[in-house]
Design a protein around this ligand. Sequence first.
Ligand code: SF4
Ligand code: SF4
Ligand code: SF4
Length: 494
Amino acid sequence: MNMTKKGDINWIDLKNVANTLDSYRVRNFIDSKGDILETEVYNETEYDKILFQMIDQEILKYSLLNYLSQKEVNNLSFIQEFSSEKQIELKKTLSLLKLLEAEGLISLEYVYKESEDKKEFKDLNIIVENKDISNFKPIYEPVQLVFDEEICSGCGLCSGICPMDCITIENGHGNVDDDKCIRCGLCYFVCPRTYLPTDILDIYQENGSVIKNFGNIGFFLDAYAARTKVDEIREKCQDGGVTSTCLHYLFSNDLIDYAIGAKMGDEPWKPEPTIIENKNQILETAGTKYVNNPNLSLLNNGELKNKKIAVTGVPCQMQALLKNKIYDIGIPSLNAVEYRIGIFCMESFGYNEGFLKICEKLEVDVNDVQKTDINKGKFFIYTKDGQELAAPIKEVTSLAREDCEVCFDLTSESADISIGSIGAPSGWNCVLIRTEKGKELFNALLENDLIESKSISEVKPGLGLLKKIAGGKRKKSQKHIDTKREEHKIYPRY
Ligand code: SF4
Ligand code: SF4
Ligand code: SF4
């Protein structure tokens, strides 16, 4: 049933509408219309669009719950029947199923087909925990609890979409202004650290319909070593300069109006989110930054609405964007994101308590730092007078953000194209093409002679090393999540 279209309405549909209008998420959004419009983050047309899209999604979700409630246990074939009946893709139904699970209304058991060397997904057992949702209404809290539990990735999305503009993220620490917050729960809904349906993200990345395990670096179509041929980028870039070259091509061909990225701010080596308006500004954002930076907070910027945007960012930011592409509730700036250009990220540091402490450890004044790099198990600082200083990663990792400890993704598995240095020779990038859009972009760079590339299998150290390091990150994050779970703390549900 689509609330925005006329059609026959039956008793079950009405029940689904009633459940929807009674759900906290929708009700608070309706009740707070006046306050939201007064804040001017969204105008009335945008507010209506978000509300109706949210209602449509909730109705579909509750109709799935009603459908499932007919049996004690359901399986995948039942889900397929529901999808055909509603004329929606199976992956859409699976995404709603994961939402019901995250809200505690159902539980899912995965059934695997196991052979000697492989464990393949075979089916799902779906158990309805709460058939009558009037007894159980999932509440979406403001993300203050994500900040307090130190599991926030610092991606900035909550602050970028909050209809009351009441979330700030500074120095990697977030805060909700309780006096302004209307408890609409939108921040909780969009956050990649409340729940993140990783299986579903993979299905969308592969454009498939079956749950699969793609291993430690996620789904990808192709992998290359590549480096820029654009002189001014080559002079300024950290490794191969492919990220900046992507933006260079997109701006030159009017494929985007703006890009969101990070540039160094007023304090030395302290990055800040920035909107890039043309290709002349790209170089301001070149080079790797190891200090956490909430790029997605810029999505509340009115300029970006109804424009075409590319976002360059770290894996948690790509997850946030893909999650909300799947659970699209009509946020205008999110719908404007055309390209997700992900960079590799092992961990990030706060500024005062992280980066400046590393400088202290290496006995260098932050004003004298020319370049930083993480490579071969070391954190390198190159100074303006030509010194190379290094500390083993093991010795600086305790200075990384505690919130990053629960992060499993090294290679931006949710991006269209992922770019980093691990796996590629020095001066080159390792590039993972993940989606058709990423492939088109990479091919265009080649056709326009903006980059040179080799298959990753022709270079050393290659994907073996990348997979190994990514596996280490995944394992470490699982350990932290298990500890949080054992201590009955809040942890991200991936
Ligand atoms: S902080 Fe979260 S719950 Fe509060 S108004 Fe903003 S989005 Fe809604
Ligand atoms: S992870 Fe991102 S969306 Fe979630 S609380 Fe942190 S900044 Fe906000
Ligand atoms: S380690 Fe993970 S959570 Fe931390 S900044 Fe990198 S991608 Fe985001």
